[in-house]
Design a protein around this ligand. Structure first.
Ligand SMILES: O=C(O)CCC(=O)C(=O)O
Length: 307
């Protein structure tokens, strides 16, 4: 499980949904170069970095968009606010980020919805609980441990995660790696671990390879809910890594109620909506007939690692 292979670009398969689904079925992930236009991603990057700048976390002697970290200021915030360990930035800053209209608009981009229409072969429901990862290099920060998203999202096993960086993400900035073929695993037991989520899937000696490589702004990786994936370490140490992770599912499948609430519940939807100019995406899920499914606490209960 130690070797790493490069991502294979699936862009050419977009015109052949049958072949796209066959690739997804065999590898468990799709890497799509330049799927998204760079402009809105770079604009969202700028807006998020402006928020980080308001908290003093960005170096003022470098261009804002280059995301050079002000390490002493980050260490000071980290010492005062332990929530940084869980979400990468303080809860107050995360609320500001979650309030950004563009952050909630990009997930509805026709290129993304169209991708999942091909994968699912039918109507798509984008979850509204989007996640922004703003990974400040900080003493308490550890990369996201290997895990399956199903334990955190639950609802339909048929949902997919979509991950993309906001800006270029060379390998040493620490992007997302996926364990090729692991999507066929059942829901795995977890043990406590450092990094986002706080749990690691127990894989023991299963024989898979990690797929990983550089991401350019606009590249997207997507995979189903049982796929094991992890964050790679930020070896640059003085840069902030920014990315989004989103979830999509077939519209007819059940969903767990928390997926309809803002991530980390740093505010209510009404509070997050206060500065939005376009009302069309507000509470869009309330117009749908959604089937709900219950939460299963045992999936996020740490077990002993017996290998
Ligand atoms: O960006 C990361 O480090 C973690 C992202 C992740 O685990 C996800 O997209 O499900």
């Amino acid at each position: 499980m130690t070797t790493t292979i490069a991502f294979e670009d699936s862009t050419l398969l977009l015109s052949d949904p049958h072949a796209l689904r066959a690739r997804a079925e065999s590898d468990g992930f799709l890497f799509l170069k330049n799927l998204l236009p760079k402009e809105p991603l770079l604009e969202l990057r700028r807006q998020i970095l402006e928020i980080c700048n308001n908290y003093g976390w960005v170096r003022k002697d470098r261009p804002l968009v280059d995301a050079f970290a002000n390490l002493p200021a980050i260490a000071e915030s980290d010492a005062k606010d332990k929530t940084m360990y869980a979400i990468g930035v303080t809860a107050t800053a995360y609320r500001d980020i979650q309030s950004l209209e563009l952050f909630h608009t990009i997930p509805h981009h026709p290129k993304l919805v169209g991708l999942y229409e091909k994968i699912f072969g039918g109507e798509v429901f984008p979850h509204p609980r989007h996640i922004a990862r703003v990974l400040l290099p900080s003493p308490s920060f550890a990369p996201t441990p290997p895990h399956q998203d199903y334990i955190y999202i639950q609802g339909a096993h048929s949902f997919w995660t979509c991950w993309f960086p906001l800006g270029d993400c060379p390998t040493d900035l620490g992007g997302l790696a996926v364990l090729k073929g692991s999507h066929k695993e059942p829901v795995l037991d977890v043990t406590r671990a450092r990094g986002a989520g706080g749990f690691e899937s127990i894989l023991c000696d299963k024989n898979y390879e990690w797929a990983y490589g550089p991401y350019a702004c606009g590249d997207v990786i997507t995979f189903p809910s049982h796929m094991v994936h992890k964050g790679m370490p930020n070896l640059l140490g003085d840069r902030i890594r920014l990315s989004c992770d989103l979830r999509y599912q077939p519209a007819a499948d059940p969903i767990e109620e928390k997926s309809l609430r803002p991530h980390c519940e740093v505010a209510t939807w009404e509070e997050l909506y206060q500065r939005w100019t376009n009302p069309s995406l507000k509470y869009y899920w309330q117009k749908k007939q959604l089937k709900m499914s219950p939460w299963n606490t045992s999936l996020v209960t740490a077990k002993e690692r017996i290998c």
